[in-house]
Design a protein around this ligand. Structure first.
Ligand code: SAM
Length: 282
């Protein structure tokens, strides 16, 4: 399937965002958009579908929308389909992480071994594979991992070269620690709340310290990077920086932080969409 276009934000405001996803225009909730809309209400009416959380999650269709289509974001192709939760199959605010990681992988003096945790549809797995890393992809959902595999094939990469793990992140990290499996780079995007493959409860406030400690123990003696992103309120760039400063104590290197945004396209105002912190070897 050929991409029908890329991702861009056309406008945001009054708790909504107007997005062009390939050749289709969607109106979805956006709690962060506490400002006013910038473009006319007429433009907001010219949409293919609207997602609403009021009275239960639902899509309402204004024009024909395919069940699935393909878009390309920063050279990576993704299958897109509107889900019951209002998700589409990619979080484009992470494009900064993809580029940051790809640079480190390409400039390394060896093939890097990368661990992608909470990996969803595999955007970071794609970026790391394409840059030449050996990747282990960990997500609790088999359905999501099947989609990630399809995304790998869509990008003409070999899914057999990725280690696919359907498991709880903490359980997997503990097993890797025990068997002495070590990584050059780790990327993790923990949700506020989640469930492992057997229903294990994950709460960022309770479990992030344990996950970071385990990540540190599965890094090799000369690691290249750890990238930590969050969408949870309060997990600001400084919070994430402090977590990584403690975790990487004694390793030197440097930490970069930023706010993630959705801002490519015609949107006059960038939308805040999470936080990023990364440690990299100096
Ligand atoms: C917000 S998404 C991550 C987005 C992803 N990093 C990206 O850039 O596309 C959260 C993912 O974490 C997974 N997840 C939640 N709790 C988990 C757990 N305890 N162990 C493994 N995966 C989990 C979910 O299945 C979901 O795919």
């Amino acid at each position: 399937m050929n991409p029908s276009g890329t991702y861009s934000v056309l406008d945001s405001g009054s708790g909504r965002k107007l997005e062009k996803v390939g050749s289709f225009i969607l109106d979805r909730p956006c709690a962060q958009a506490v400002w006013n809309k910038s473009v006319s209400e007429n433009e907001w009416k010219n949409v293919h579908a609207i997602f609403s959380r009021e009275g239960g999650n639902s899509w309402s269709y204004r024009k024909t929308l395919p069940r699935e289509w393909v878009i390309e974001v920063d050279g990576l192709k993704f299958y897109i389909s509107p889900t019951d939760f209002g998700h589409l199959g990619v979080f484009p605010e992470h494009r900064y992480s993809w580029g940051f990681m790809a640079e480190l992988i390409k400039s390394a003096d060896r093939k890097l071994r990368v661990l992608n945790l909470f990996s969803y549809s595999g955007a970071a797995t794609l970026a790391a594979c394409k840059a030449g890393a050996e990747v282990t992809h960990v997500d609790a959902s088999q359905k999501i991992n099947d989609l990630a595999k399809r995304n790998i094939i869509l990008n003409e990469l070999d899914p057999a070269k990725v280690k696919w793990i359907t498991d709880d992140v903490i359980k997997y990290l503990k097993r890797e620690e025990k068997r002495g499996s070590r990584y050059d780079g780790i990327i993790l995007d923990p949700p506020s709340f989640g469930r492992g493959s057997k229903g294990e409860v994950f709460k960022i406030d309770t479990h992030l310290p344990e996950i970071i400690k385990l990540c540190r123990s599965v890094m090799n003696d000369n690691p290249s990077f750890i990238i930590l992103t969050c969408h949870t309120p309060g997990y600001t760039p400084l919070t994430l920086k402090n977590i990584l400063t403690q975790a990487m104590k004694g390793k030197g290197g440097e930490i970069e932080t930023r706010e993630l945004t959705l801002d490519r396209g015609e949107s006059p105002l960038p939308i805040p969409a999470g936080y990023f912190a990364a440690w990299k070897r100096g």
